[in-house]
Design a protein. Structure first.
Length: 114
């Protein structure tokens, strides 16, 4: 009799402990659901913030592209200036060489005296 009573008590306790999770739908309590909803909201806010950061990075990339274009334009301008300077130096040296031959040809090979 005692064994039967003990066995019935164990079975009843077992059924009660097994039924409590079934009473909470899908194994979640109300607090768990509130926490999940709060977590979902926070994740949505974090996703929005990441989208804002991505947009900012895109803006920074566009700015870098503009700066790169400006540097390219500046180097092209420097190449043009270097070409002009080289041409002027070549012309001045050529003129000096040509003029030297002209002056010394008139004087008969003697240098000019001042």
């Amino acid at each position: 009799m005692k064994v039967m009573r003990y066995l019935v008590t164990v079975v009843v306790l077992f059924l009660l402990t097994c039924s409590f999770p079934a009473l909470a739908e899908d194994g979640f309590t109300k607090k768990d659901r509130e926490l999940l909803i709060e977590l979902r909201v926070k994740m949505g806010e974090i996703d929005k913030r990441f989208e804002q950061v991505d947009k900012r990075f895109d803006q920074i990339d566009k700015r870098f592209e503009q700066v790169d274009k400006r540097f390219g334009d500046m180097f092209n301008f420097l190449y043009i200036l270097a070409g002009i300077f080289t041409s002027l130096v070549a012309v001045v040296i050529g003129f000096g060489y040509w003029d030297r031959r002209t002056i010394s040809g008139r004087q008969g090979g003697r240098p000019l005296s001042l």
